[in-house]
Structure formats: C-alpha cells, structure tokens
Design a protein around this ligand. Sequence first.
Ligand SMILES: [Zn+2]
Length: 427
Amino acid sequence: MSKLSTILRYVMTPKKFKSRKHIEKVQRAGMKKHVRFIRRNSPFYARHWDGFTDEQWAEFPLIDKSIMMENLGDLLTVRLDVEQATKLAKKAEQSRDFSSKIGPYSIGFSSGTSGSRGMHFVSEKEQASWAGFMLSRGLDDSILSRQKIGLILRANSNTFESIGSKRIKFCFYDLMRPLEEIHQMILGDELDILIGPPSVLRYLADVKSPLKVNKLVSAAEVLDEIDRKHIEEHFGQIVHQFYSSTEGEIAATCELGTLHLNEGIMVVQKDWVDKEKGWYHPILSDFKRSTQPIIRYRLNDILVASKQPCKCGDARESIDSIMGRQDDMFLLKKRDGDDYEQIVPDFIRRAVMQMHPEITAYRAIQRSADEIEVQLLPKDLEPLSLEGFHFVWRQKNVETPKITLTNYEHKPSATKLRRIQREFTLS
Ligand SMILES: [Zn+2]
C-alpha cells in the first residue's frame, strides 16, 4: 500500500509546470477539497475560520508556530493524545530509535531555534506520498533506475526506510556520530546522491574528500554563499537545495540550481517585509498535508523573490535566496530615538565579508544591544576592515556597537549552523 502511494505520487508529480494558469488550477482544486475536509475534522481550524466561507481561504486569519503549538491537540484532524506523543518523541530522541508511533502516525520533534519546539504528526500514507514527492524533486533519472541515496540527518526518522527497495536504497548517517566516521561510511557506500546539511558538505570539501556523487543536495540549514562557493569548487558541481521546515517542503532547485517554490503542493502567499527589494515572509497553505494541516501559516524566514523568471522554463515562482530568520535580524539602537532598528542578516553578511578578502568561514552573533561578536577563519587575518559595518550603521542611522573578535568555534554537529545569529532579545 505505502509503496504504491510513493510510486503514484512520483509519477503524478510534474517535473515542470508550463504556465501559471496550470499551477493556479491545481492549487484551486487542491485548496477547495482540503479546506472542506479540515473544517470538518479540525476543531481548531473550524473555530479559527468562523465567519469565513471556504472560498475565502486566501483571507483566513494567519497562524504561526506558537498558535499551532498552543492548539496542537485540537488542530489535528485526528484525535491523538498529544501528551503521550510528547513523551514518546522525547524518548526517541534520547534512544535514537525513531520508530515510535501512535497507531499509523509517526511523531517527530523539530529542533526549536528560539526555544519553541515544534512537533509534527504524519500518517503512513502521507509519509509514503511525501517520499514520492521528494524523489520526484530529487532524482533526475527515472525511479526505475538504480539509485543509492545517502542522507545525513540530525534525527533519523522512519520516513525514508519505507521506500527502500531493490532499486532505490537509502543510507542514513546520524550526525550524533563523529564526522570522520560519517565520512568513511559515506565513502564506503558508493552513493549516487548525497543529501545533508551544508555545514557537513562544507566539512567534506574542507577535508578534500575524494567522494564522487552525481548529485549533492543541501538540506536542513540555509546554504550560505561562502559555503556554496567552497563546496562547488571542491566537488566541481552545483549544490542543489531542498528548502524545507517542519511546516513543509517549501522549495527545491531545478537543474540550473534555482530554487523554485513547491507550488504544486502548496500556495505561498507573501507578507512583504520590503516589496521593492522582494523580501517577504512566506505564508504557507499546504493542500497535501492532512493529519496536521498547515493553512495560512506565516513563517519566520525571510525569502528574496527572484526578479527574473528562471531559464529552465518552470512556471513555479523562484527565489534568489533564503535570507534567514526574522529572529536573527540584528537590533541596534536608533540615533534619533529610544527604539531599535532592524538590520537584515544579508547586510551583516556583506559587512563581515568586507573585513578581509581571504575569509573562508565566519559567524556573527549579536550578544547584546551594543555588542557583536565576530568569528573568522582562517585565524589571524590582517588587516581587518570595519568599513562595511560602519557603512551599514551610517545608512541605518544607528549607534555604533562594539565589535569583538573571538575564535571560530562551530563544528558541524547536532547543532544547526547559523552564521548570523541574534542572541539577545528585547525585554
Ligand atoms: Zn529553474
């Protein structure tokens, strides 16, 4: 049964959409059916959409992570014991055995970066169908050819195991293990495709791994330009990306390496941060996810819309980059007032890169209202310029914070890499 849904979904997922019209038709039909189903089966959404007809779904009140977690038991379209699920998921994380289930539902935890942990429930059928979708976005060749796919994961889950077959084999590498060990295992497995966090792909490039694969895919962390450059240079090929979160599979790259929104499975509306620059928070309405529906869910991430359509001919909208999380916008005191100005991660990234032309890795962390810590590799670069920072402070008319240099300390591990990070919060 589950293998059948995987293959069906694989076959049914178009590689490309020729027109916006076609996409919108798929979305309208998907949403219409889905909204009706959710209103009947999720007490939370039924309340939340009170006063709106199904046809008005594009204007339903928004939700976000905190609303979702507060109402989780009620938001699901099946009645599950959320407390019991929490216990099971915690146990799984400790034992690294991720087969825990309630009936046909798998439970997963997402690592909350700002303290709020996410939890997600998927049914067997959804998992199998999801796997088919991912395969169609990830594999260039037919599902019928032999493929060995390696996945480096923070938390293993039983999602992929369900589709291991004679032709398609998945190998898992748990990031809790030492990196050298993971590297040796990957080399021994002779993979066709390797999917993993960019920090680990970067590690493989840095140790000059002799690894040869047909496709490299960055997932689970935002791919920073500096990492992309090093990985592509070492392996001599494009780094592909899966941009996903607990809330869904948001985008994936086409053969040209452009990120296209997965508009065939979700509607992505825009909450503009800066329309002229093309910066927005995506509002997701996923019409394929039914156990834990995601409708009009505003994501914390800021995306940068592409100014030009992609040359590959796919009508799905593309994005230039994922700028990062709103939580990571730096907050600096305005010169002419008591409040704070938000500085997007991209400005900080550019200012850091201007410090020295030979920087190979960096982190910038805002530790307090007036202190930014910068970590650079290689060590002892000289001379360092702060001109890029001063330019931003002047443009934004904010007070100059103190910049302190410390040793670069991130090692790819169970902790997600965030190159630009804000650690302090306004109280
Ligand atoms: Zn494209």
